[in-house]
Design a protein around this ligand. Structure first.
Ligand SMILES: *Cc1c(COP(=O)(O)O)cnc(C)c1O
Length: 412
């Protein structure tokens, strides 16, 4: 769903169809479902991901390095595809590290963030030669021990918990008390400790929040991140080589949500690059994006098992639900439940339309994929499609809940 300049739900009207069947990855949806062999499944469109990276790169200044934050979608085929398109991969666990190391991305361009890294994860990261974003003083000491044991100077950056928050973020991950990063006030002491240890200091990582659709709020946070990093760099043991200012670029999900306007972000990033070139020549500016690169290129598809009436309302009971797609059910960080864009994929516009709720097979009222939404009239066997499902889908869902089978996942 890449239609520009329209609220996301209205963009459903513009989707490519043939005989009213959704086309995805160059295939009619029924054919894709036959190819997969079963529902439910997630499908990700290779061409859409590739086009997304290309359009982002052409919008942003060339000096900005683009990293993929793979927790958004860790499917190995997707990560491999992106490895060939972006400048780096950001991982947040030993498991993700292993996936990233299996791709063609060079280890020097992989970075590892996240609180609570274990000794084992740290040792593996040092041995791999990736950049480790340390999140605390205790973690720094463990990293130094791993470094000593392996006889390798770990490549290290300090993740800073800034004193500001990203305004209008869907999820705040910086500012005030946080489990993420080192409070800005404690960073000078940490840098002094790094200078005493046999570690290879590279720079700073700041990440203030996620899922933001306000270019102005993002630009403000970027400028404030650079300001803070340049200030902290005065106490650094060596010149700044890498500055990762996070991402937070949002994706429209809910009725009325508009796509992010990249133009003001690009202008601001050019100003920040100029500033960095003067104050810290040679420092590389990274942004790390997860959902922005993959969310719109993915769909979740399930089959209607039963069409059921209750007190005059229609319920489409499907074989898919929150156990596969927690975010679409409204239970992954949303304050108020709102509908994702959902449609009947094998009859997109439909001759007859009606207002329905789409539910899953789990015995809980939380298992809701669409609440009182208008779509084509559907029956048993029809395919329900949840759009904007390429990020925080399967890997962010409680798949063991109620013991149903796992969905399939394909990259087309
Ligand atoms: C989750 C995360 C991201 C990705 O956030 P998106 O909203 O998917 O872009 C980037 N950086 C860090 C440190 C993260 O924890």
């Amino acid at each position: 769903m890449n239609a520009r300049g329209l609220p996301v739900h209205a963009a459903l009207q513009l989707l490519a169809t043939h005989d009213d069947v959704l086309q995805f990855g160059g295939l009619p949806l029924n054919r894709l479902a036959q190819r997969v062999g079963r529902t439910p499944f997630y499908a990700y469109d290779r061409a859409q991901i590739t086009a997304r990276v290309a359009s982002l790169r052409s919008a942003l200044p060339a000096g900005v390095h683009l990293h993929y934050a793979m927790k958004a979608n860790p499917m190995p085929a997707v990560v491999q595809l992106l490895a060939a398109l972006v400048d780096g991969i950001d991982v947040a666990s030993g498991g993700e590290l292993a996936t990233a190391l299996d791709t063609t991305m060079v280890p020097a361009c992989i970075s590892f963030a996240g609180p609570g890294k274990s000794k084992d994860e740290l040792a593996r990261a040092v041995a791999a030669g990736v950049l480790i974003n340390v999140e605390s003083r205790a973690e720094l000491e463990k990293l130094a021990l791993a470094s000593d044991r392996l006889g390798l100077a770990a490549r290290v950056a300090v993740r800073v918990n800034p004193d500001f928050a990203l305004r209008r973020a869907g999820m705040r991950m910086g500012g005030g008390a946080q489990p993420f990063g080192v409070d800005a006030a404690l960073v000078p002491a940490l840098l002094a400790r790094i200078a005493q240890l046999q570690l290879d200091f590279h720079g700073f990582h700041l990440f203030s929040g996620s899922q933001n659709l306000s270019a102005l709020a993002l630009a403000e946070a970027q400028a404030a991140s650079i300001e803070l990093a340049l200030q902290l760099a005065h106490d650094a043991p060596s010149a700044l080589r890498v500055l990762n200012i996070g991402g937070g670029f949002g994706v429209p999900y809910f009725p009325g949500d508009m796509p992010l306007d990249l133009a003001p972000l690009a202008e601001n990033l050019q100003r920040q690059l100029d500033r960095l070139a003067r104050a810290a020549p040679g420092a590389r500016l990274n942004i790390e994006l997860g959902r922005y690169l993959v969310a719109e290129a993915g769909i979740y598809v399930c089959t209607v098992i039963e069409r059921k009436m209750s007190h005059g309302q229609v319920f489409l009971v499907t074989d898919g639900g929150l156990h596969h797609h927690l975010a679409a059910s409204g239970n992954f960080g949303q304050m108020i439940r709102k509908n994702y864009p959902v449609a009947i994929g094998n009859r997109l516009h439909g001759g007859m339309r009606e207002v329905v709720s789409v539910v899953g097979p789990l015995c809980t009222p939380l298992d809701l994929l669409a609440e009182q939404m208008e779509m084509a009239r559907a029956d048993e066997g029809d395919l329900v499609v949840v759009f904007q499902s390429g990020a925080y889908g399967l890997s962010a869902s409680p798949t063991a809940f109620l013991g149903h089978p796992l969905p399939a996942e394909v990259l087309v």
